[in-house]
Design a protein around this ligand. Structure first.
Ligand SMILES: Nc1nc2c(c(=O)[nH]1)N[C@H]1C(S)=C(S)[C@@H](COP(=O)(O)OP(=O)(O)OC[C@H]3O[C@@H](n4cnc5c(=O)[nH]c(N)nc54)[C@H](O)[C@@H]3O)O[C@H]1N2
Ligand SMILES: Nc1nc2c(c(=O)[nH]1)N[C@H]1C(S)=C(S)[C@@H](COP(=O)(O)OP(=O)(O)OC[C@H]3O[C@@H](n4cnc5c(=O)[nH]c(N)nc54)[C@H](O)[C@@H]3O)O[C@H]1N2
Ligand code: SF4
Ligand SMILES: [Mo]
Length: 694
């Protein structure tokens, strides 16, 4: 019997809407949901490889309890009751002895995040964190400093743009399907694309203008662009007069940052910088200075992301077609959002978070997400208090927090490490108990509230039943709750009951999602009135160039430019990123994706390679202060001489993921665990390495 189901992909956390066809309980075909604008039936390669993930025998199939030492790989298969009882008993002891706050749960933000937050709130722990700070914490803080609104509620109108400027936003490899389709349409309609990256990526090859910038100097470039725009009065004065606070302060500040100065710093000619400022301003306001996605690279990240957003404000490209906009929720059309379990009343929490976010020590990062890379430091230093248990839910702290050696050392100190995963990930391999989750093709999930120009809701529905002895994450957490006496906070017996509860009061039912996979609160795109209607949430109600958020916390709005350190002598700056074929640390063992992209290589500039006597495809050793690894050189002119680049996500340690085991090098083994103390991002590109022929 054949069946069609509309659902949401989860080969990465973009969660593209999909249409899945199955026959006699076997998935046969997945494509982009044709009913959803921008999807146009397309999928990225990882989305297509979802079928291989489902039928891969090397994924988790049953609960496992560790028998040998952590990381040794000796497991005992367990029944669900056995594994849940085991975790429940240990957890109860930890909470009774050390308090609920000694328990941390880290996850990739996902549809069941309100369940995970409930799990911790019910034991009075403030220690929920998401991947967000590791991904784009400083973008988040930059948005809040200017708009009072987090980046998650800011969107980009790619389709109607006239000119897009991308700072290492490698959109054609680090993919979101709708963004790629919409930007492709804009380019076909004559939009211009400027791409800035120390490395020639696929996106660079499609751009009208490409600048090989010296890494870590985008802020200098932006100050020079702002300098030119203000000096030549190229900005949208009506918009700026109405909405901006601190223009004069900005003008005084950038006076010394001339294009000639920036040329020395960035390696981009002053003439070209001025040309871009003039060119873009002719197309305003339908232009986009893209504030970036993985905004997690340098110590000064917050100011670099702020400078990009300031450029948008100067172009008036905010809340307009072809620019950036604020997402609209159901409240905008008098609708109700889906309910969340976190709306319940919980025990009072009297301690700070493990990462001290929200305290004077670390005031600005978003407490809704926390700062994950602080975890190893907090555990090892018992600062602000001892931590005893970690739950990793669809998140791999070993692969995704820089300095894996330090992370493992911290994990060694814990009494309990539990993973909820679908793969033998490196964190699962290092856990005491692994709970296997049903994959996205096999599970009903919580409601996706999709704010945007048109508020909508989506639903992930199973295309087929679970192939193995797996459960949904929201059920696993509930069943642990049942064992530690917090079951009452999870008032559902199965996922369908939870979803129906979430939909109460919204006017929609689960069946309403059958036809197209989503429901919409209205038909029209909503733009706020640019004269009077932009609902900024800053104290002044304006776009705060001069930021009360920063200044009230003791930080400057416009600190003097401080250059990043240059790699001296034989050193290189290590830079990392993605390709279209893999998701972070998740897909390297996927049979199909592994076949096309089995391991990472090290991009190195031809001249520097020749100085070292390294030829293309030679094995080299790459060494940092934290670790070293053996990897093949990819010798090329297409990378800045200061920089070496490798794909993130390889070098897995879990033996039962046989294809990816020990293939390539893990960037997290090499990187130092350093943080942008204002914005919250890890400075992933602040590690220097040396290269030696093997
Ligand atoms: N060193 C280094 N660190 C980084 C980055 C980097 O480039 N280098 N990038 C940063 C960025 S941008 C991000 S977004 C984060 C991402 O960090 P993570 O979220 O940790 O990475 P992912 O690979 O997306 O997924 C993590 C885990 O989710 C599991 N998983 C996949 N699908 C499911 C599912 O349906 N259910 C469950 N329970 N588990 C599932 C995978 O098997 C994997 O173990 O990493 C950040 N950290
Ligand atoms: N295929 C695929 N797509 C994905 C993901 C995935 O894992 N796989 N993950 C999703 C997620 S969570 C994220 S965060 C996004 C990431 O989306 P992006 O941020 O677009 O992707 P990255 O590959 O992390 O890009 C980093 C780029 O920045 C460049 N770079 C390094 N230093 C500098 C610098 O100083 N200045 C400039 N201008 N550029 C620099 C690097 O050379 C690299 O090309 O991708 C999303 N889409
Ligand atoms: S970008 Fe690709 S992997 Fe990510 S959700 Fe969309 S189709 Fe799936
Ligand atoms: Mo990310």
């Amino acid at each position: 019997m054949s069946k069609e189901v509309f659902s949401l992909c989860f080969m990465c956390s973009i969660r593209c809407p999909i249409r899945v066809l199955s026959e006699s309980g076997q998935v046969k075909w997945i494509e982009g949901n044709p009913h959803v604008a921008g999807m146009e039936g397309s999928l990225c390669p990882r989305g297509a490889a979802g079928i291989n993930m489902l039928y891969d025998h090397q994924r988790l199939q049953t609960p496992l309890i560790r028998e040998g030492k952590r990381g040794e790989g000796k497991w005992r298969k367990a029944t669900w009751d056995e594994a849940l009882d085991y975790v429940g008993e240990k957890l109860k002891k930890i909470i009774d002895t050390h308090g609920g706050h000694s328990v941390v749960l880290g996850e990739r933000t996902q549809l069941a995040t309100h369940v995970s937050k409930t799990f911790l709130k019910s034991i009075a722990s403030p220690n929920h964190f998401t991947h967000d700070a590791l991904c784009k914490g400083s973008v988040n803080t930059a948005c809040r400093s200017l708009f009072g609104i987090a980046d998650g509620q800011v969107g980009v109108d790619y389709k109607n743009t006239r000119h897009i400027i991308l700072y290492g936003r490698n959109i054609f490899e680090a993919i979101s399907v709708k963004e790629v389709n919409n930007l492709t349409h804009a380019l076909e309609n004559g939009a211009q694309m400027t791409y800035i990256d120390p490395r020639v990526t696929i996106t660079a090859t499609k751009a009208h203008r490409y600048w090989m910038i010296r890494p870590g100097t985008d802020l200098a470039l932006n100050y020079a662009l702002i300098h030119t725009i203000l000096k030549e009065r190229l900005y949208d004065s009506a918009f700026v007069d109405r909405w901006v606070l601190g223009l004069q302060e900005l003008q005084d500040f950038v006076a010394e940052y001339t294009p000639e100065w920036a040329e020395q710093e960035t390696g981009i000619s002053a003439k070209e910088i001025i040309a871009l400022a003039r060119e873009v301003s002719q197309e305003k306001p339908g232009v986009i200075f893209h504030y970036g996605y993985r905004g997690a690279s340098y110590r000064n990240e917050i100011y670099m992301r702020r400078s990009i957003l300031i450029l948008n404000a100067l172009m008036g490209s905010i809340e307009c077609k072809g620019g950036i906009f604020f997402k609209k929720g159901p409240g905008e059309v008098k609708g109700k959002p889906a309910r969340k379990l976190t709306e319940q009343k919980f025990p009072k929490i009297n301690v700070p978070r493990f990462d001290k976010v929200g305290t004077p020590d670390f005031p600005l990062p978003d407490p809704n997400h926390g700062v994950g890379q602080i975890l190893p430091h907090a555990i090892l230093n018992e600062d602000p208090y001892p931590i005893k248990a970690l739950f990793a839910f669809r998140f791999d702290p070993i692969g995704s927090i820089p300095d894996a050696g330090l992370t493992r050392k911290a994990l060694d100190k814990l009494d309990l490490v539990v993973s909820i995963d679908i793969n033998y990930s490196d964190i699962a391999w290092y856990s005491d108990v692994i709970f296997p989750e049903s994959t996205y093709l096999e599970r009903l999930d919580c409601i996706q509230q999709a704010n945007g120009l048109k508020p909508q809701m989506f639903l992930r529905k199973p295309a087929v039943g679970p192939r193995h002895d797996t459960r949904e994450g929201a059920m696993i957490l509930k069943q642990i709750g049942d064992r530690i006496g917090t079951g009452k906070y999870f008032p559902y017996k199965d996922m369908a009951e939870l979803v129906r509860w979430q939909l109460e009061g919204t006017g929609f039912s689960m069946e309403d999602f059958d036809a197209k996979g989503f429901v919409a609160y209205g038909k029209e795109q909503i733009f706020w009135d640019r004269q009077d209607g932009i609902k900024l949430k800053t104290p002044s109600g304006k776009i705060e160039f001069k930021s009360s958020l920063l200044e009230n916390a003791g930080f400057e709005s416009f600190p003097a430019y401080e250059p990043v350190e240059r790699p001296m002598d034989d050193k290189f700056r290590l830079v990392v990123g993605r390709i279209a074929l893999h998701t972070h640390v998740s897909t390297q063992n996927n049979p199909y994706l592994h076949e096309i992209s089995p391991e990472n290589v090290l991009w190195i500039n031809s001249r520097r390679a020749s100085d070292l006597g390294v030829k293309d495809k030679d094995w080299v050793t790459v060494t940092s202060s934290r670790g070293s690894g053996k990897i093949r050189a990819h010798v090329t002119d297409l990378i800045h001489p200061d920089t070496i680049f490798m794909l993130h996500g390889f070098g897995h340690k879990a033996k039962l993921a046989e294809r990816s085991f020990n293939r390539g090098v893990s960037d997290s083994e090499l990187q130092e665990n350093i943080t942008d103390k204002v914005g919250g991002s890890p400075a992933l590109h602040e590690t220097f390495v040396t290269i030696a022929p093997v």
